[in-house]
Design a protein around this ligand. Structure first.
Ligand code: ATR
Length: 275
């Protein structure tokens, strides 16, 4: 049977095995999908062991997405733009790295939440790996603007300068970096929390009236209400979403890369919400 896994540290909490088992069952694909805990300084050696054991690919989670980028022999365009890899495929030609996070986020917003991104004002909170991973696919949807707000302004500025050529290729997108203080008086249609502040249950210093009419507040975290989601509720954002849809969609995209079959995501999302 073909073997796959998610590699992380920690990894025990990962829902990827559940999701891929559901996809495999639904599409009649014979495969095994497990969890692999790699030592913090041993990502590349763990990957080599898995290849020797006949694995066909892995998903990569925190904190190894950059290690995965480094260990790939070939990178997809979106992995190159993201500077990070969350999906590795092992073949006779070597290790191929891709990044399905941004595609998963965009697909969740467009197809599951049924909201267009084209022509919308988008605010991306955070300028770390999670934010950088989704920026390219967001720019491709041709929003009016993407503003990146970060506690450490320099990191947002650097992220914008790396992405500028990409933004220019997508003609009129206004791409700017700012601090949280700069957000006073601004309004957005879509606000995406890509900071890790929810992990430590910390609130972001966001001003009132940030959400335009019919705005979406999207937290890339899932599993519980974060301070950002609480803020969005208080501010009466029209739609509040967590990152479960993104998680399932990025997994579906990885499944498609490996198996050439695109699974239905809606039943898997419903089952996970019910659980
Ligand atoms: P990840 O891979 O989850 O993106 P990361 O690369 O360490 O992790 O980035 C974490 C992001 O969350 C950063 O943008 C960080 O802001 P700084 O660049 O200023 O460190 C942001 N972040 C984390 N905790 C935060 C908090 N309490 N308030 C504001 N921003 C926070």
């Amino acid at each position: 049977m073909d073997k796959y896994a998610v590699i992380g540290n920690p990894v025990a909490h990962s829902k990827s095995p559940l999701i891929h088992a559901a996809f495999a069952q639904q599409t009649n694909q014979a495969l095994e999908y497990g969890r692999v805990l790699a030592p913090l300084d041993g990502f590349a050696s763990t990957v080599r062991e898995l290849i020797d054991q006949g694995y066909q690919g892995v998903n990569v989670t925190v904190p190894f997405k950059f290690d995965a980028y480094e260990c790939a022999d070939q990178l997809s365009e979106r992995a190159l733009k993201a500077g990070a890899v969350n999906t590795l495929s092992f073949s006779a030609q070597g290790i191929v790295g891709d990044n399905t996070d941004g595609a998963g986020l965009v697909r969740d917003i467009l197809h599951n939440l049924n909201l267009p991104l084209q022509g919308k004002r988008v605010l991306l909170l955070g300028a770390g790996g999670a934010s950088e991973g989704v920026l390219g696919p967001i720019l491709q949807t041709q929003p009016t603007c993407v503003h990146i707000a970060n506690r450490t302004l320099d990191k947002a500025v650097a992220m914008v300068s790396r992405a500028k050529p990409n933004a220019q290729a997508n003609n009129t997108v206004e791409l700017e970096a700012c601090s949280f203080a700069d957000l006073a008086g601004k309004q957005y249609d879509i606000v995406i929390n890509a900071t890790s502040s929810g992990l430590s249950n910390e609130a972001l210093p966001l001003p009132p009236d940030l959400f335009a009419d019919h705005a979406l507040a999207y937290d890339m975290m899932y599993g519980r209400e974060t301070p950002f989601m609480h803020y969005a509720r208080q501010e009466s954002a029209s739609l509040i979403a967590d990152g479960l849809g993104m998680l399932v969609e990025q997994a579906a995209e990885a499944f498609f890369i490996w198996r050439g079959v695109r699974p239905e995501t809606a039943p898997v999302m419903q089952a996970m919400r019910a659980a």
